[in-house]
Ligand binder design. Structure first.
Ligand SMILES: [Zn+2]
Length: 305
């Protein structure tokens, strides 16, 4: 199998971690998390190595044992020359293919500023093909999530921030060759995950594995990125361990099952913005980013599944 890298591009809070975890659950895939953030982690003086993995608590068999951190430090060195020389010698992702033994790597970095130079580098590497999957979501949902996370911000600022980010991604996406790009709407992924992931696998020319959708049951060693989703996986794995001691307690199992659903591990559509945004906020968004958001408006409801 040829080596493939999937760059997930999208605004934060658009489902990129969910998509990355699903793709990373393929038997030949590996989710790296947000590779762009490795530099910040590696250059922190007090950082212990095990903290590179957002899923493992304590020692990580991937980031601590398989990854060569000295190599990684050269790629994310503060010295431009060191970075340049490392990249000239061998592509960063070539190492990751060795370390993971996977055929499909998934980089959750999201930003054009990272993906663009990586794509350029990879033009020189004949045995690796880069792909960009652009995940989009209704901007009102995205800005609502941002406002929940940053209550001191305001809709005006968030709407402009979202619009500028999306316009930059649209421009980059338009310039990519057709076979190397795919658009995924979060709302469709969340309501028809099987259909969407099957399309993604076809595009990547890898066999579709229905079990990928149960992403929380697979092993992940995510580098830096979305702590929220990673902590859900940790909680699930902890509960799994507890559950292993309760084989004769079906009632307890049922209770846990309900809990998993509440934790939101199963893929489901999040439309909280419809209740949480005020009429005024919706109008502000419309005025500042409504035009850009037009293609991302879908008619899905939470009941569709
Ligand atoms: Zn790990």
């Amino acid at each position: 199998m040829d080596k493939k890298i999937v760059f997930i591009m999208g605004a934060g809070h658009s489902g990129s971690t969910l998509l990355g975890l699903i793709l990373g659950s393929h038997s030949r895939g590996f989710g790296l998390g947000e590779v762009v953030k490795l530099g910040k982690m590696l250059n922190k003086p007090a950082q212990t190595e095990s903290q590179l993995c957002f899923v493992c608590q304590g020692k990580c068999e991937f980031w601590d044992e398989r990854v060569n951190l000295d190599v990684l430090r050269r790629y994310f060195s503060r010295s431009r020359v060191t970075r340049y020389l490392a990249q000239r010698r061998r592509d960063l992702f070539d190492y990751f293919f060795d370390w993971t033994e996977a055929d499909v790597l998934v980089d959750f970095s999201k930003q054009v500023g990272w993906i663009k130079p990586q794509m350029k580098q990879l033009q020189r590497v004949s045995h690796i093909t880069p792909y960009v999957v652009y995940i989009t979501r209704d901007g009102r949902a995205v800005t609502n999530s941002r406002l929940r996370k940053y209550p001191d911000s305001n809709m005006g600022r968030e709407a402009i921030r979202w619009r500028k980010n999306v316009e930059q991604m649209n421009r980059f996406y338009r310039g990519l060759p057709a076979h190397q790009k795919l658009h995924v709407a979060y709302e469709r992924l969340a309501t028809q995950p099987g259909v969407v992931i099957q399309e993604v696998c076809e595009w990547l020319q890898i066999p579709y594995e229905p079990d990928m959708l149960n992403y929380w049951q697979h092993e992940h060693h995510l580098g830096p990125g979305n702590r929220g989703t990673a902590s859900l996986i940790i909680r699930h794995q902890k509960m799994q361990t507890e559950r292993d001691f309760e084989v004769d307690a079906p009632i307890a199992n049922e209770r846990h099952k309900g809990h998993y659903e509440k934790m939101g591990l199963a893929i489901k559509l999040d439309l909280r913005w419809q209740e949480e945004l005020t009429e005024e906020q919706v109008q502000t968004f419309e005025k500042l980013a409504g035009e850009t958001n037009r293609p991302f408006i879908t008619n899905v409801t939470a009941e569709t599944s």
